[in-house]
Write a protein that binds this ligand. Structure first.
Ligand code: TXA
Ligand code: MG
Length: 319
């Protein structure tokens, strides 16, 4: 049984003893371990069932610690860090020689961010070493946005999840890498493309199907519910085409008037894409528990965080 606790000293003791715990961040919960502990890092890969070719994000407590994990930090990387840290931005930088190969999957780059969550920051301060923390979901499953989601996924494998409430952003960090010093978007996330471009100018965008070796995590199928899920821009028409099915809906602003629908999740009644993003995974978790035949999700407007939501929904619906 996994204990959900606010005892940060217990959490830090476990990390110092090379164990793995659930940790809150403002984006999603992470499976955290000391980056310098081979035992902890192996356990993260093992319980997440993550292939060793897919590297982990390193979480640091402050900008002063950046030079312990990364080198050759460019002007534009620093500009992004100064603008968005602590916050949901992950930078892919040249790795410091002390970073174990297990963390970076043998690559010469490392993914780094400073999380903007008081509990995560307090924990990083107490343990005083960087924490590797991939999202706390088994490989391919929906990311967790509450301590309970984590406990449900890893009930037999981790002893504690540090309670930090529901994740305020609710969707992963935006990942930015660099090619010839030019910023590239590796993963859509909590910070929109427009917000990044306002700081560093035009971004190159790696597409989902780009099998670029520098972005090993860009698998097209990911974040998927167990229930078969479809994405459409005409939900009513899709319902008509699915008679005799137990249907759940994932909608942007408004419910649909149809008695046959078992359950409807509306992500933001006021039409706020940030609010919608923060509710997305929790809504998918709820829908996935209802024993539905299918989930039908509505396509979101392709602007701001709508792009991030559509990206996740496309991955969730990939068969
Ligand atoms: O919001 C987040 O980023 C959350 C919270 C817990 O911080 N973490 C998270 O971690 O989403 P994860 O492991 O689920 O996703 C990190 C992605 C993976 O797709 C991985 O392939 C990529 O970052 N990544 C890590 N290191 C990399 C590197 N050196 N080069 C390219 N991609 C890298
Ligand atoms: Mg993940």
């Amino acid at each position: 049984m996994t204990l959900i606790t606010t005892d940060i000293n217990l959490a830090s003791e476990m990390l110092k003893n090379e164990d793995v715990i659930g940790m809150p961040t403002e984006t999603v919960y992470g499976l955290a371990g000391n980056i310098y502990s081979e035992k902890a890092i192996k356990k993260i890969y093992e319980i997440k069932k993550r292939p060793f070719i897919n590297p982990l994000i390193v979480h640091i407590k402050s900008l002063e610690c950046l030079n312990k994990v990364a080198i050759n930090v460019s002007e534009s990387a620093l500009k992004l860090a100064n603008t968005f840290w602590p916050g949901p931005l992950t930078l892919i930088l040249d790795k410091h020689s002390s970073i174990p190969d297990l963390i970076t999957a043998g690559k010469n780059t490392v993914a780094v961010r400073i999380p903007n969550h008081p509990v995560a920051l307090a924990l990083l301060e107490i343990v005083n070493f960087p924490l590797a923390a991939p999202s706390a979901n088994p490989f391919g499953c929906i990311s967790p946005t509450s301590a309970k989601h984590v406990a449900e996924y890893f009930n037999d494998e981790i002893s504690i999840v540090l309670e930090g409430g529901n994740c305020q952003k609710g969707i992963e960090s935006t990942i930015i890498g660099f090619r010839n010093k030019q910023p590239i978007l590796y993963r859509h996330g909590s910070i929109s493309v427009q917000e990044i471009e306002a700081v560093v100018g035009k971004l190159e965008i790696l597409t989902k199907n780009d099998s670029a070796p520098e972005a090993p995590g860009m698998l097209s199928k990911h974040y998927a519910p167990i229930t078969e899920t479809f994405l459409t821009n005409d939900v009513i028409e899709f319902i008509k085409k699915s008679p005799h099915k137990k249907i759940g809906l994932l909608l942007f602003k408004q419910e649909i008037d149809n008695q046959k629908i078992i359950h409807q999740e509306v992500l933001s009644k006021s039409g706020d894409l940030k609010e919608a993003a923060s509710n997305l995974y929790a809504a998918l978790h709820r829908l996935d528990k209802l024993n539905l035949d299918i989930i039908i999700a509505e396509q979101f407007p392709d602007i701001g965080l709508g792009k991030t939501i559509n990206d996740r929904l496309e991955r969730a619906t990939k068969r």
